[in-house]
Design a protein around this ligand. Structure first.
Ligand SMILES: Cc1cc2nc3c(=O)[nH]c(=O)nc-3n(C[C@H](O)[C@H](O)[C@H](O)COP(=O)(O)O)c2cc1C
Length: 193
């Protein structure tokens, strides 16, 4: 299968970078066709410019500055996101990716006021992420990144999309064992794709 992996972390020696390498290497070893996008190393510009906003609803031109990113999403079967949780959301560079690439007629269609999903080609979405805080603290706040990685993404994909959200909580007090167990879980889930 074709798998598009999108990664956001500034440091190549971070745990998230290790997870990103684990994800791509496992998928390749399983024989999948992997298309990796490392947003920092790609120098992705996350800022929705005044011109981007002016053109946002004009589906004849709104894709032209991000056409390559759109094409990569439209030609994949599986989408995997790999990122840390920052301020209970995606890192800014990844949030900006969604702002600029998830456009009308791309991630959703708007016809006679009715919304329908745009990425009907994507049948599996997985998030691999880490939190500093324990799960109960995130739960009290409604765990917004979990909702984005599950409900929001589900809404713009194929109606039968299968969604996995793999979160390692409590990185502020993590142990080697906890990280190893999480990595094994990530491998197990990737092998089940
Ligand atoms: C800018 C910034 C914001 C953060 N905000 C949160 C947060 O809102 N909730 C949380 O649980 N952890 C937060 N953290 C902790 C990170 O999630 C944690 O450092 C990361 O998951 C560890 O992975 P890494 O070693 O790959 O960076 C934040 C860290 C940074 C640098």
């Amino acid at each position: 299968m074709k798998v598009h992996v999108i990664f956001a972390h500034p440091l190549e020696d971070s745990f998230n970078a290790a997870l990103f390498r684990l994800v791509t290497q496992t998928l390749e070893a399983e024989g999948h066709e992997v298309d990796s996008l490392d947003l920092y190393r790609d120098n992705f510009d996350p800022v929705l410019s005044p011109q981007d906003r002016i053109e946002y609803h004009d589906v004849t031109i709104n894709q032209h500055r991000v056409a390559d990113y759109v094409k990569r999403l439209q030609s994949t079967d599986v989408l995997v996101l790999c990122h840390p949780v920052w301020n209970f959301g995606w890192p800014a560079i990844m949030k900006g990716y969604f702002d600029r690439v998830f456009l009308p007629d791309v991630s959703f269609k708007l016809l006679d006021g009715k919304l329908s999903p745009g990425f009907t080609n994507i049948k599996k979405v997985m998030t691999v992420t880490t939190y500093g805080c324990p799960r109960h603290r995130a739960f009290v706040l409604g765990d917004p990144p979990r909702k984005n990685g599950t409900r929001f993404l589900r809404a713009v994909m194929n109606r039968r999309v299968s969604v996995d959200y793999l979160g390692l909580y409590n990185m502020n007090n993590t142990t080697l064992d906890a990280r190893r167990t999480f990595m094994k879980k990530v491998i197990r889930k990737l092998k089940a794709i």
